[in-house]
Design a protein around this ligand. Structure first.
Ligand code: ADP
Ligand code: MG
Length: 238
């Protein structure tokens, strides 16, 4: 226990919440399949970043997370890798409809970066990722969603449009990521985010990442997450 406290200190990690899983020291501690381990190696990721060391074991244990860490700290893999594990754990993977995992991001550019990263880990597993943000016609997007996927990476507005068009259902969605939550609020997406969260089954796992934690974001986290573990890496401004 003393070792864990020391190790967190060296990574500048602070945690709060009950029964917080221990941080890992290497990807080998995650119990990933060979396919996922190879995909990580192919990316050239040799060891987990600080946020990954603490967020991976939390997310893999099924817990909700509030993750606060600055840009460039490796948050994408911290939520995508456990999402892949979560999806591969589902029985009858392709027999049912609609995404299992949904990732919301504030802008098309950020969503696209996540889409590219998610595809690298999803593809070797035969997991399909759909991009739901501006840049593709709504008609094309509709068709792609109708064809089926396990992961959707979206901006909130475009996902709402697709839900209204009945391009997808979120009935089997059990893993929700709200990335850069503070920026989504800055851009005025709070109503859309609340609508999306409200339409996803309450027994989902929810992961919220943000560079800062303004009060509005804090309130959403308190209302939308269940017994979250809060992880902060480094110094964070308000
Ligand atoms: P954030 O979302 O925190 O801003 P990203 O997930 O976009 O950060 O990651 C930033 C960069 O670090 C990306 O180029 C990503 O490929 C790389 N990266 C992520 N995890 C690792 C790792 N464990 N080892 C090396 N590079 C990594
Ligand atoms: Mg990011």
């Amino acid at each position: 226990e003393q070792d864990v406290t020391e190790y967190r200190k060296t990574l500048a990690i602070r945690v709060s919440g009950f029964d917080v899983p221990k941080p890992i020291k290497s990807f080998a501690d995650c119990g990933f399949s060979n396919v996922l381990t190879n995909a990580i190696a192919k990316q050239g990721y040799e060891r987990p970043t600080a946020i990954q060391c603490q967020a991976l074991p939390i997310a893999l244990s099924g817990r909700d997370i509030i993750g606060i860490a600055k840009t460039g700290s490796g948050k994408t893999a911290a939520f995508v890798l456990p999402m892949i594990v979560h999806i591969m754990d589902q029985p009858e993977l392709k027999k049912e409809e609609g995404p299992i995992g949904i990732i919301c991001a504030p802008t098309r550019e950020l969503a696209h970066q996540i889409y590219l990263e998610a595809k690298k880990f999803a593809k070797p597993h035969g997991i399909r990722v759909s991009a739901v943000y501006g840049g593709m016609s709504k008609h094309e997007q509709f068709k792609e969603l109708k064809a089926g996927c396990e992961i959707v990476v979206c901006t909130p507005g475009r996902l709402i449009d697709m839900l209204k068009m009945k391009a997808l259902t979120m009935l089997r969605t059990t893993y929700l990521v709200l990335d850069e939550a503070d920026r989504m609020f800055d851009l005025g997406f709070e109503p859309q985010i609340r609508s999306i969260v409200g339409q996803i089954r309450p027994d989902r796992q929810t992961l919220l990442f943000s560079a800062t934690m303004p009060r509005k974001v804090e309130r959403l986290a308190r209302e939308s997450l269940t017994d979250p573990v809060r992880v902060t890496v480094g110094e964070i401004g308000m």
